[in-house]
Design a protein around this ligand. Structure first.
Ligand SMILES: [Zn+2]
Length: 115
């Protein structure tokens, strides 16, 4: 089975195929372009960690270098485990999280890796 081709949205048939311009269902003859799903995918926030892995809400990550925290004299130490992150679409600091001793802060995804 080819995972690139979605099941028919009308009858859930999995024997759908792409005829070059749109997806076609052999069961119910429904045709669709998949454009809606493409738009949805573009609007999804993409956050990539230091290793190029895509992160998701609720992931646990580890900080890979000491990070100075704005408004604090301390730094988040390399190796700090950050649990249950939330992705944001803020440029740069695209991970919202809570770290013990610092409270709610935002991190840059390039300075973390998924665990
Ligand atoms: Zn169908």
């Amino acid at each position: 089975m080819n995972n690139d081709i979605p099941n028919c949205p009308k009858c859930e048939c999995e024997y759908t195929y792409h005829d070059g311009t749109s997806f076609v269902c052999p069961e119910c003859a429904y045709e669709w372009t998949g454009a809606e799903e493409a738009i949805k995918a573009e609007n999804t926030i993409k956050v990539i960690d230091a290793n190029g892995n895509q992160l998701s809400d609720g992931d646990n990550v580890v900080v890979i270098k000491d990070l100075k925290v704005k408004g604090s004299s301390g730094a988040v130490k390399q190796g700090t485990m950050v649990k249950n992150i939330s992705l944001t679409d803020e440029a740069g600091h695209n991970i919202a999280c809570k770290i013990a001793g610092f409270g709610a802060i935002n991190l840059k995804s390039e300075f973390v890796k998924k665990v």
